[in-house]
Write a protein that binds this ligand. Structure first.
Ligand SMILES: *Cc1c(COP(=O)(O)O)cnc(C)c1O
Length: 380
């Protein structure tokens, strides 16, 4: 007799948590099929079109031939670790921009992998300044690579990718971007920005289900990773070579169902009108959310000009009775799941905007939020 409880069919709340997030029924339905990982139906029919589509989404025709996409099992962090552990030679030196939990995670990886590195530590509510990067470069001329998170999901901060990319291009520094929570939801051209490695995952703005991440990188940069990896499973070059030479084959067992869902998610991104249209939807949702929350008395953590349309952090209510767990349960009972805060110095909570979420659902969330506030006031 098993002790595994049956999954409750009636639990159907909206995930306002940026990864995993709310997906469409059609994306989830795409998983109702088993695939063979060495058959051409799967490799040539599903994996290879995905790799080509990712490059097409990331850049323009002018640069597309310079780039290639590699898919890798695991959550997004596995792919970040694979890039850092494969791209940095013993003589290289990495500068990591840290203004949140995901920047800090790259610092932790650099430590663990034994990489030469320096850190530009910003406040979690501040952005890196080019002048600070310049000063670090004068002090440490050995710096060869720079790694930065694009949208720091900790706070919702949009880091200055254009400026940092221009700085790296001028100085010949190789740029690694953790665009986990922005790729597919914010338009930018990795070719024009000269990005060497861009990392993202299946369960963020492409709106797939979790199970793998991907790298879109310059072919020359991927080729230079040969023999550099500090891990067998996270060897980016070996994974790329297998996919290239065996046309879409994964080195080890592929998360086949997740990949089928991802293929469907890419078709739905195109149906929506591509990244520009998705960005617009996220922006409209985020603006409506902030306006509504402000009228209920909430204050966003970040100034509007730094705020991404991906996730928004709000200061916790000043009410001494406020407990995140109770607030969370109150909203969950009304069909909405939000995120706890992750900022170290400040009490806040976060609401994600990405996923299969409509403006109408944001309005419904605001109604539930108002009820949660009444309930909180009543508990005084
Ligand atoms: C989601 C995310 C990651 C990866 O997190 P996992 O839990 O490993 O999927 C990395 N960086 C950023 C900015 C993210 O939002």
């Amino acid at each position: 007799m098993t002790h595994i409880p049956a999954v409750s069919a009636c639990v159907d709340y909206l995930l306002l948590t940026p990864g995993p997030l709310s997906t469409t029924v059609s994306v989830r339905s795409a998983m109702l099929q088993d695939s063979c990982t060495w058959d051409t139906d799967y490799n040539l029919g599903v994996v290879e079109p995905i790799r080509r589509e990712l490059v097409r989404l990331a850049t323009t025709e002018e640069f597309a031939a310079d780039y290639s996409a590699v898919l890798l099992q695991g959550s997004g962090s596995y792919v970040v670790e694979s890039v850092l552990g494969s791209a940095l030679r013993p003589a290289d030196c990495l500068l990591i921009v840290n203004n949140g939990a995901y920047g800090a995670r790259m610092v932790e990886m650099a430590h663990c992998l034994g990489l030469n590195h320096h850190v530009l530590d910003c406040e979690e509510t501040a952005r890196p300044e080019i002048q600070d990067l310049e000063e670090l470069l004068i002090k440490h001329p050995e710096i060869s690579h720079l790694a930065m998170v694009h949208c720091e999901t900790t706070t919702g901060m949009l880091n200055p990718l254009e400026d940092v990319a221009a700085f790296c291009q001028q100085r010949g520094i190789r740029l690694i971007v953790d665009a986990m929570s922005s790729f597919g939801g914010i338009p930018f051209d990795i070719g024009r920005l000269g990005i060497e490695f861009l990392i993202s995952s299946a369960n963020k703005c492409i709106q797939g289900v979790p199970g793998f991440g991907f790298v879109i990188a310059r072919r020359t940069a991927l080729a230079a990773c040969a023999g550099q990896a500090r891990s067998v499973s996270l060897d980016l070059h070996a994974q790329w070579q297998t996919m290239e030479q065996q046309e879409g084959k994964w080195r080890f067992t592929s998360p086949t169902h997740t990949v089928l869902a991802f293929a469907q998610a890419l078709r739905e991104l195109d149906d929506e009108g591509g990244i520009t249209a998705r960005h617009q939807r996220y922006q409209e949702n985020q603006r409506a959310l902030v306006e509504g929350m402000q009228s209920l008395g909430f204050t966003p953590l970040l100034p509007a000009q730094w705020q991404s349309p991906i996730i928004t952090a709000f200061y916790s209510p000043a009410n001494p009775e406020y407990r995140f767990a109770n607030f969370y349960q109150c909203l969950k009972a009304r069909g909405f799941v939000i995120y706890p805060g992750k900022v170290s110095q400040t009490e806040c909570f976060r609401i994600g905007n990405i996923g299969n979420v409509t403006l109408q659902q944001i309005q419904q969330l605001l109604v539930a939020m108002k009820q949660a506030c009444y309930w909180l006031e009543g508990s005084r």
